[in-house]
Design a protein around this ligand. Structure first.
Ligand code: 3PG
Length: 353
């Protein structure tokens, strides 16, 4: 009997990579296509990379939906636009930088009438469900130490919505601003919110790619970010014209550190920021919650700040817990100060969660 060389053990990781060349033509033939005909299906990476990327896709989906909901809320309760008027606004937006599946279905939802001729949307209970992929993304963000704040806020906004009875009780006793209606230039406000939504989406996608990059580095996935953006351009809930710009950014610089460093997105956020700030000021002044829009702006302002106030946090941690701190002039060297002159000369070990 001929000696048969034993096969190297095939791990689940290896099986995927071996199978892909055979499956690729089948999957790509039946996959959704981007507007330029490219199939929205590709090999993402070894060992669960595809699942992780799909999870982040869903987290971004939560963020996009929350942004749309915040605009709808401000327009409905702060400005007094009818659902039909909002449908027109979203339809216009769908012809510009916000062109996407979710904006498109929002125009349909806003104009859909129940059998009595009234907007069905206004009869739907304002308590959101969730199957968990947004929550997983937020948990991963905490685990990997990445500030994916917009998706986190989108998950928490669903949690807040679901405690409906408690909110109804609170609505009867907690004071809001004296003036809860917008009285300024409505056309300008619509423009401001379009910019606010666009800039916030840029931040959300930048945060999602930050999370994927961190996981990719830890697991050596070698993710191709341009190809991920391409896969999301068609056949999925977050598909949008804007993903083409993200693909271009990663195609023109394969080692792009952050989407916000790309010249196109630098310019886009710079151009949008005045409307973005006005929109958030307006909503805040009239008491409409805009957690996703405002966390995006806070992230943007934090990310572009060379010196954040974390020196204060470090001093406080060292004061109450002897956790030590680094001096700006000597990064990597941890020291402790006896801030009160009392107690012994001890300090806690240095570790980070
Ligand atoms: C989806 O349909 O895209 C996901 O299942 C998200 O569903 P969820 O909003 O219930 O989490």
């Amino acid at each position: 009997m001929a000696w048969v060389r034993p096969l190297a053990p095939i791990t689940p990781v290896g099986i995927g990579a071996l199978a892909w060349p055979h499956l690729k033509p089948i999957f790509q033939a039946i996959a959704a296509k981007a507007p330029d005909g490219a199939p929205c299906c590709d090999w993402v990476g070894e060992g669960g990379a595809g699942h992780f990327v799909k999870m982040v896709h869903n987290g971004i989906e939560y963020g996009d939906m929350q942004l749309i909901s915040e605009v709808y809320h401000t327009f409905r309760d702060g400005v007094g636009y009818s659902d039909d008027e909002q449908s027109e606004i979203f339809a216009q937006w769908n012809k510009g930088v916000l062109d996407s599946f979710l904006i498109d279905i929002t125009t349909d939802i806003l104009r859909y009438k129940d059998t009595d001729g009234q907007p069905l949307l206004e009869k739907i209970r304002d308590a959101a469900g969730q199957k968990g992929t947004g929550k997983w993304t937020a948990i991963s963000a905490l685990d990997y130490g990445m500030p994916v704040t917009l998706i986190g806020e989108a998950v928490f906004a669903r949690c807040l919505s679901s405690i409906k009875e408690e909110r109804v009780r609170a609505s009867k006793i907690l004071a809001g601003p004296a003036n809860s209606k917008f009285t300024g230039d409505k056309a300008q406000l619509v423009k401001d919110f379009e910019q606010a939504m666009y800039a916030s989406k840029i931040i959300s996608y930048a945060q999602g790619f930050m999370l994927m990059r961190e996981a990719s580095e830890q697991y050596k996935w070698n993710l191709n970010y341009g190809s991920i953006a391409l896969m999301w351009r068609g056949g999925c809930i977050i598909r949008s014209a804007f993903l083409g710009d993200i693909k271009n950014a990663f195609d023109s610089n394969k080692s792009l550190e952050n989407l916000l460093f790309d010249p196109f997105f630098q310019k886009a956020t710079a151009t949008a920021q005045s409307g973005w700030r006005n929109a958030i000021c307006t909503a805040t002044t009239i008491g409409i919650p805009v957690p996703a829009l405002s966390t995006a702006l806070s992230f943007y302002d934090g990310y572009r700040t060379a010196r954040l106030p974390a020196n204060m946090l470090q001093a406080q941690r060292d004061y109450f817990g002897a956790h030590t701190y680094e001096l700006e002039a000597k990064p990597g060297t941890f020291v402790h100060t006896n801030w009160t002159g009392r107690g012994g000369n001890v300090h806690a070990s240095t570790y980070d969660a």
